[in-house]
Design a protein. Structure first.
Length: 320
């Protein structure tokens, strides 16, 4: 499917019914676009969509959310050993994949790639609050699972790789790396009272700001009441592959209701002005079960203060 255009949504394919089931098998959806308010430059999905066997959703453009794909309330997407890359959201969110609404689900598995070197997804910043989620933006009661897959080389104003304000799991050797951001959450932004994030046995690395001056969380930023757990030998940074950010090269936690747990995992090799490993501006931090904030071959570095951890605010509680 190439060079299609739709004013409202689904420039290439529009799956409109909850009863529709669509399979894209070893095929391409490329070069499609929507109008200024249209979602899903390549595909708009309200049914069940399976993308598999080396299929590619690439080079699509949306005026609003989801340059590559928009997934709507109650809809389900499985991306299996396939690629979503080179897509652009020009004035909305999510260069690659946007998912929102009750019972919306996105599963990315088996070595799938959201963004590739020289062909990343982009959520452009046009002022206001646009540009969230360079690779993926998962919000408002949607569920995202990234399993043994990669989100790399994407760019967004906030959440260069992944932005989440609902439920997200990053599992089983998944990699969120080499993403660029402007404000906060280079690899992953987890934000909001309904935001729940688990990073399990995965790697967040080499995420860096393009113009960020006051933002946070080069690797992961947990904000505004979000709950984030990094567990089971996950690595934030690493020797020669650290994340960078103004406040919190590896991790940051903002807001008294925010909770961040590092469990049997490592935060190392990251760099920031304040808090090379971790920046805390209120909230609850738990570091446990042999977790390491910095190692001898890969220390965290702060240009100003707090090489390992920098804490500020009256409501910060840190347990190590």
């Amino acid at each position: 499917m190439e060079e299609g255009s739709s004013f409202r949504g689904g420039g290439g394919i529009n799956i409109r019914s909850a009863n529709d089931v669509v399979l894209i098998d070893a095929s391409n959806v490329t070069g499609n676009s929507t109008g200024p308010s249209g979602r899903g430059g390549g595909i708009s999905n309200s049914g069940t969509l399976v993308i598999q066997n080396g299929a590619a959703i690439s080079g699509n453009t949306s005026g609003s959310h989801g340059g590559g794909i928009s997934n709507n309330q109650g809809a389900q997407i499985t991306i299996d050993a396939s690629t979503v890359s080179g897509n652009i959201s020009t004035t909305g969110h999510a260069g690659g994949i946007y998912s929102s609404g009750l019972n919306a689900q996105v599963t990315i598995r088996n070595g799938s790639q959201i963004g590739r070197q020289g062909d990343g997804n982009q959520a452009t910043s046009q002022g206001g609050n646009s540009g969230i989620g360079g690779g993926i933006f998962n919000e408002f009661l949607s569920t995202l699972t990234i399993d043994d897959s990669q989100v790399r080389f994407n760019q967004g104003r906030a959440g260069g790789g992944v932005a989440n304000s609902a439920d997200a799991d990053i599992l089983n050797g998944s990699v969120i790396g080499n993403n660029n951001y402007e404000i906060t959450g280079g690899g992953v932004l987890n934000t909001g009272l309904n935001a729940r994030l688990t990073i399990n046995k995965s790697w967040i690395h080499s995420n860096v700001p393009s113009i960020a001056i006051f933002g946070g969380g080069g690797g992961v930023s947990n904000e505004n009441g979000g709950i984030a757990v990094i567990e089971n030998n996950s690595l934030i940074g690493g020797e020669g592959t650290g994340n960078m950010g103004p406040r919190g090269g590896g991790l940051s936690n903002f807001g008294g209701a925010s909770e961040l747990t590092v469990d049997a995992s490592e935060v190392s090799g990251n760099q920031a002005s304040l808090g090379g490993g971790l920046y805390v501006a209120d909230g609850v931090i738990v570091i446990r079960n042999g977790s390491r904030i910095g190692t001898e071959p890969a220390p965290n570095i702060a240009d100003s203060a707090g090489g390992g951890i920098f804490s500020t605010g009256a409501d910060s509680e840190i347990t190590v």
